[in-house]
Design a protein around this ligand. Structure first.
Ligand code: SF4
Ligand code: FES
Length: 253
């Protein structure tokens, strides 16, 4: 049943990349439990604009868990307290009347803060540009049964492709490792016939770009997968590591 909440928000405010930044506290009243977390921010921002104050900058686009833009730490967890969802899919019914909610941007040096809760995730775009594609001519769309693919492989490739590039895995990791993201992008091609011609080159180039962007090493804590809104599995990291070793061995022959 719909209820209304009175909340206290502690939000990270930072004018630009050079500003030191600080938390500011806002009271928000009469928030419907049916609102999404971002709609609650819309209500606050409308009030700030009416008061002549600077609204809080936050990223968003699809508002349905597809684009991966709505990155923020809520009470110390990427995308908030619920498993397997993005911030735009988080509803205010997950909070209680009188709660204090702390909201921060992703904290990882390869994702510098641009303003308030908005970070620059273009490091991910550069990793994709390094190899997250196939460049062979696949021709016209074929009949679905012209290129048989085992069902398990197709399912696992699809699961890897569901990564939305949100960066929660990096933000959750104490080393700011991007291994879950990169391995999902490597796996989605490694499992399909179309991904084979460039399989070795792809993994080498994407890992090299990941390292050059300053992401940390993976120490197998699993925080990435636990906080991933698409529940991307750690098995993709294992596959990427195997592919990387095999590519390196064959290139050094
Ligand atoms: S692996 Fe998960 S947490 Fe990381 S970018 Fe992809 S969807 Fe986001
Ligand atoms: S706004 Fe697109 S995933 Fe949240």
């Amino acid at each position: 049943m719909e209820k209304n909440l009175n909340l206290s928000l502690k939000v990270w405010r930072q004018k630009n990349a050079k500003d030191k930044g600080q938390f500011e506290t806002y009271k928000v009243n009469d928030i419907s439990t049916d609102m999404s977390f971002l709609e609650m921010f819309d209500v606050l921002n409308e009030r700030l604009i009416v008061e002549g104050k600077e609204p809080i900058a936050f990223d968003h686009d699809c508002r349905e868990g597809i684009c991966g833009m709505c990155s923020m730490f809520i009470n110390g967890r990427p995308h908030g307290p619920k498993q397997g969802i993005t911030t735009c899919q988080l509803h205010m019914r997950s909070f209680n009347d009188g709660d204090t909610i702390v909201v921060e941007p992703w904290r990882a040096s390869p994702f510098p803060v641009i303003k308030d809760l908005v970070v620059d995730r273009s490091a991910f775009d550069r990793i994709i540009s390094a190899g997250g594609f196939i460049s062979i001519n696949t021709g016209n769309a074929q009949d679905a049964n012209a290129l048989p693919i085992p069902k398990d492989d197709a399912d696992e490739s699809f699961a890897a492709a569901s990564c939305i590039g949100c960066g929660a895995c990096v933000a959750a990791c104490k080393n700011a490792s991007a291994m879950l993201f990169v391995s999902a992008k490597v796996s989605q091609f490694a499992l399909l016939p179309q991904g084979q011609p460039e399989r070795k080159q792809r993994v080498m180039e994407m890992v090299a770009q990941m390292d050059s962007e300053g992401f940390g090493s993976c120490t197998n804590t699993g925080a990435c997968s636990a906080e991933c809104p698409k529940e991307i599995s750690l098995t993709h990291i294992a596959r990427m590591n195997r592919d990387y070793i095999s590519a390196e061995l064959s290139s050094s022959k």
